[in-house]
Design a protein around this ligand. Structure first.
Ligand SMILES: Cc1cc2nc3c(=O)[nH]c(=O)nc-3n(C[C@H](O)[C@H](O)[C@H](O)COP(=O)(O)O)c2cc1C
Length: 306
C-alpha cells in the first residue's frame, strides 16, 4: 500500500474542490491510501474579510511570519511516499497557515527527503509564492517534483473586481449579475483528474523526472507573460511596502492603520493602472525580447530554484 499525505488549507473550499478533483484517480486506486490534513489556525482568518483586516495581514504574509496552528492529526513520524501541499498565494507569498505549517517541527520531519507536489488554487498570480515555496522545500530537504496551478481565467481586471467582491463582500455568485463568478471554473476542474492520472503513473513507478513536463503538456500550470511581468514588479515593491507598514506597529495595531488603509487604496489602483500597460508591453515584448521572455517562462514552468 502506497501512502499519500495531503496538507491543505482553504477558507471557502475552492482549493478542496481542486485537490479532490485532481486526486480522484488516486482515491479510486485500492493500492493507494490518502490521508488529508486540513491546517487550522488557532485564531481563524475571517471570511468575508473586513477591508482593514484583509490588508493588515499583508506585512506578516510577505515577511513569512507564522501564526499558531491547532494540533495536527497526522503522525509526522509515519512514512508517507508522497506529500501533496495544497495552498493559496496571499499577496504573492505563501498563505500564512501553510507557511506556518512549513515552519513547524512536524513539517521538518514529514517533508525530509520526500517528493512533494504542490497544488495551487488562486486568482491568477502564483509564480512568486511558488518561488518562496521552492526555497522553503529546499530548506526542509524535500524534493519538489510537480506543480499544478488552478486559476481564474478571466481577464486580470475582471478577476481583480470579482476577487475583491468575493473576499471582501462574500459574493460567491456573479457580482452585480454582470461579472463572471470568481474563481476556478467547473470546466477546469473537469480536467483535474487527467492531472491525477499523470501523478498516479509517476507515483507508482516512483520516478518523477518527467512529471512536470507531462503536467505542462496538459496545461496544468500555464504561465501568462503579462502576469509574470506584474508579479516581477510586485516582488520588488511588496517587501518595501511591508516594511513601511510594519515599522509603524504590530499586526492589528492602531498605529499602523493609516498606512494599511493607504496600501489598501494604492494596491488595487496600481493594478488598475498598470495592468493594461503591462498587458500591452507583454504583447510587444516577445517581439523585442523573445529570448528573454521565453527563458523566464521556461524557468517558472519547472521546479528548481535559480
Ligand atoms: C489575503 C489574501 C491574499 C490573496 N492574494 C492572492 C495573490 O497574491 N494571488 C492570487 O492569485 N490570489 C490571491 N488571493 C486569492 C486566493 O488565492 C484564493 O483564490 C481565495 O482565497 C479562495 O481560496 P479558498 O476557496 O481555497 O479559500 C488572495 C486571497 C486572500 C484571502
Amino acid at each position: 500500500m502506497k501512502k499519500v499525505l495531503v496538507i491543505y488549507y482553504t477558507q471557502t473550499g475552492q482549493l478542496t474542490s481542486a485537490v479532490k478533483a485532481t486526486l480522484q484517480p488516486l482515491e479510486e486506486d485500492p493500492e493507494i491510501e490518502i490521508y488529508y490534513e486540513l491546517i487550522v489556525p488557532k485564531v481563524k482568518y475571517p471570511y468575508p474579510w473586513k477591508y482593514v483586516e484583509f490588508f493588515d495581514i499583508f506585512p506578516e504574509t510577505v515577511h513569512g511570519i507564522p501564526c499558531q496552528l491547532e494540533a495536527f492529526s497526522f503522525d509526522p513520524d509515519h512514512h508517507y511516499d508522497l506529500i501533496i501541499l495544497a495552498y493559496q498565494p496571499w499577496f504573492l507569498s505563501i498563505c500564512i497557515p501553510i507557511n506556518s505549517f512549513l515552519q513547524s517541527h512536524a513539517a521538518k520531519k514529514v517533508l525530509a527527503n520526500k517528493p512533494v507536489i504542490t497544488v495551487i488554487a488562486c486568482r491568477n498570480m502564483w509564480l512568486m509564492a511558488q518561488e518562496k515555496m521552492k526555497r522553503s522545500l529546499i530548506e526542509r530537504n524535500a524534493k519538489l517534483v510537480g506543480n499544478i496551478a488552478f486559476v481564474d481565467k478571466s481577464a486580470n481586471l475582471i478577476s481583480l473586481i470579482t476577487v475583491l467582491a468575493f473576499i471582501l463582500g462574500g459574493v460567491k455568485d456573479r457580482f452585480l449579475g454582470i461579472f463572471p463568478k470568481y474563481g476556478v471554473k467547473e470546466s477546469d476542474l473537469d480536467k483535474a483528474p487527467s492531472y491525477g492520472k499523470i501523478i498516479s503513473k509517476h507515483f507508482k513507478s516512483n520516478s518523477y523526472s518527467s512529471l512536470q513536463q507531462s503536467l505542462n503538456e496538459e496545461h496544468a500550470a500555464t504561465i501568462k507573460p503579462n502576469l509574470m511581468i506584474m508579479e516581477g514588479r510586485g516582488k520588488i515593491l511588496f517587501p518595501i511596502y511591508a516594511n513601511y507598514i510594519s515599522k509603524k506597529g504590530i499586526a492589528g495595531s492602531k498605529e499602523r492603520r493609516t498606512r494599511v488603509i493607504i496600501f489598501g487604496i494604492f494596491l488595487p489602483t496600481a493594478i488598475l493602472i498598470l495592468s493594461p500597460i503591462i498587458t500591452l508591453f507583454s504583447r510587444l515584448a516577445p517581439l523585442i525580447l523573445s529570448k528573454k521572455m521565453k527563458k523566464e517562462m521556461d524557468y517558472f514552468s519547472q521546479n528548481t530554484l535559480r
